[in-house]
Design a binder for this molecule. Sequence first.
Ligand code: PGA
Length: 255
Amino acid sequence: MEIIICKTKEEASRKAADLVAALLKAKPTAVLGLATGSTPVPMYQALAKDCAAGKISFKKAKSWNLDEYLGLPPTHDQSYRYFMDKNLFDHIDIVKKNTHVLNGLAKDWRKEVKSYEAAIKKAGGIDLQVLGIGSDGHIAFNEPGSSLTSRTRIVSLTPQTIKDNARFFKKAADVPKQALSMGVGSIMEAKRIVLLAFGANKADAVKGAVEGGVAEEVLRLARRGGVEGGACVRSACPAPCRGPQVTSPRACGSP
Ligand code: PGA
């Protein structure tokens, strides 16, 4: 595992975007594992800029996302399909049908997750997985304590995750209580993982990820599997933050 500490989230995001760009240049047909949330947004912006400048192309690439809320249609502005379209896919040259997000409206979720996993396998597996981390240490919707062999499945959101995500909804009661999520075991099969974490509220989660917990297990087991290695990109500031130096300068001054 390589840990890269950067002064700002923009710098860390640029480094992560460079990893994706390098992969696309080496393998235009790359299979990307993508994440939602506020964390990857600056990285997606950097990639969109590179694509507009003709430096990279996603034309032959494919993508699979980590998770989707159960019960939200793709047109819902808080669905992860909507998020991906607005924050990345609408700004790059990827072919939309090559972008995959779990169907939160699937009538038979078992069938949905089975075919999702089968499609990833058929594509050759994820070459590079982008990950954020929740303030409680969750990866996708896998909360700490999730089985390390868990596969893509239906999961219940914890009160902490519902609280964290309530900021995107009108009220906490509107946050779906369940989601479809790739499992820890499914994520671990990625050939390379880039985990990004910014802000003081992620300090404890990153400490746990580096020193133990689900994220560390993902990265450790990925290494054991002979994978090239994951990069944990962190944004740091010199001010006295909670836990390790993991925050953006802006967040550092925040309460
Ligand atoms: P965030 O969420 O990027 O919005 O902080 C990360 C996560 O919950 O995995």
